[in-house]
Ligand binder design. Structure first.
Ligand code: M6R
Length: 369
């Protein structure tokens, strides 16, 4: 049932191109517009939405953090993202014009369920992004956009995360489409790019052997840090979470701009630091700033593991290890940048002799608060 792989996690990492393609299937029409008939919230109501609030836990929360950049950019609707476990206890300001998006692979996460119940009690509409047909979270929501990742067995979420991202992009683009923003041309172009993205994920998977080799050399380390900016920041958080849960190593993700506000004090000789570099096109200021960050940490002895777009030559002099990812539109980069981090964590866990599919102390779905 593991399809020839040693672990479900490896199988599920390999299934990502298909999972991404399946999640897009039937949702983009021949004219390049989105068709999300499943979102049974009337277009009239979607046009009235004045705030989007995303609630989720763990990896699904990281998908939500990335969605915020996409939603605010393409729709200009303010978007908040909150850990479901914190949400209802702080008396959040909701109402009939707030659209609440609950993201959950299992559809049974108690914290997320309680957050969505709270939102509905306040009169908000809830859209679930979920991978499990007929589970509790979609049943209790006003509408659901299913991710089509197929069953995810490994406790560490991989293919579900990529499909949650796809679903979030679809919702963001759809809101942009129905509300008609000034980004119309960009939205069209991104829909086109999205329809080819599974091929790019496939290309990343074909180049993962050096990442595995690198991971094996780090098996005796105690700490790994992850840095990113913009959508690369939640990718850094996700890389760190994977390493914690699988390799039982101390790992932390930071926004690269925060380095000088504290974390740079952690840098010491030979400390592995993974840096997710934004595209040099698009937001090039951020790219240049992160290149300076890499220089700074390397000057203090860090071992830099740099994830950068093909053709980005500026990072080469400062990268002890360079992992290339395909050129993608800025907002879509997490779909390709996360994959090496999954492979990295999985290989490190194996090298440390850990149980990859069933990490200690964890359950696949967390049905208690
Ligand atoms: O089923 P859900 O998406 O609601 O689960 C949320 C988290 O428990 C889950 O993503 C968890 O963080 C994963 N083990 C991370 O790999």
């Amino acid at each position: 049932e593991k399809g020839g792989y040693d672990y479900f996690m490896l199988k599920e990492i390999a299934e990502q191109p298909k999972a991404v393609a399946d999640t897009l299937l039937g949702r983009i029409d021949a004219g390049g517009s989105l068709r999300l008939d499943e979102v049974r919230i009337p277009v009239r109501e979607l046009r009235e939405v004045d705030k989007v609030v995303i609630v989720a836990c763990g990896t699904a929360f990281h998908a939500g953090l990335i969605a915020k950049y996409a939603i605010e950019h393409w729709t200009r609707i303010p978007c908040e993202v909150e850990l479901a476990s914190e949400f209802r206890y702080r008396d959040p300001i909701l109402g009939a014009r707030a659209l609440v998006i609950a993201i959950s692979q299992s559809g049974e996460t108690m914290d997320t369920l309680m957050a969505l119940r709270h939102a509905r009690d306040q009169g908000s509409k809830v859209l679930a992004i979920c991978n499990t047909n007929g589970s509790t979270i979609p049943r209790e929501s006003d509408a659901v956009l299913y991710t089509h990742a197929g069953p995810e067995v490994a406790v560490a979420s991989t293919k579900a995360f990529l499909t949650q991202l796809v679903a979030c992009y679809l919702v963001a683009l759809y809101l942009g489409q129905v509300r008609g923003t000034k980004w119309g041309d960009e939205i069209q172009a991104v829909i086109r790019d999205l329809s080819h993205i599974s091929g790019e994920v496939e290309r990343v998977l074909e180049t993962m052997e050096p990442v595995r080799e690198l991971a094996r050399t780090l098996a005796d380390k105690r700490t790994v840090l992850f840095l990113g900016r913009h959508v690369g920041y939640p990718v850094a958080l996700e890389g760190a979470l994977k390493l914690k849960e699988l390799a039982y190593m101390h790992a932390e993700g930071f926004a690269a701009g925060e380095l000088k506000h504290g974390p740079i004090a952690l840098i010491e000789e030979d400390l592995p630091v993974v840096v997710v570099v934004p595209s040099p096109r698009g937001r090039s200021v951020l790219h240049d700033k992160i290149v300076s960050n890499i220089q700074e940490i390397r000057a203090r002895g860090a071992r830099t593991i740099v994830i950068a777009e093909e053709g980005d030559e500026a990072v080469v002099p400062y990268a002890d290890h360079l992992i290339r990812i395909p050129v993608t539109p800025t907002l879509l980069q997490p779909l390709v940048a996360t994959v090496p981090l999954q492979v990295f964590a999985c290989e490190l866990a194996t090298a440390r002799g850990n149980e990859v599919d069933q990490p200690r102390n964890l359950a696949k779905s967390v049905t208690v608060e």
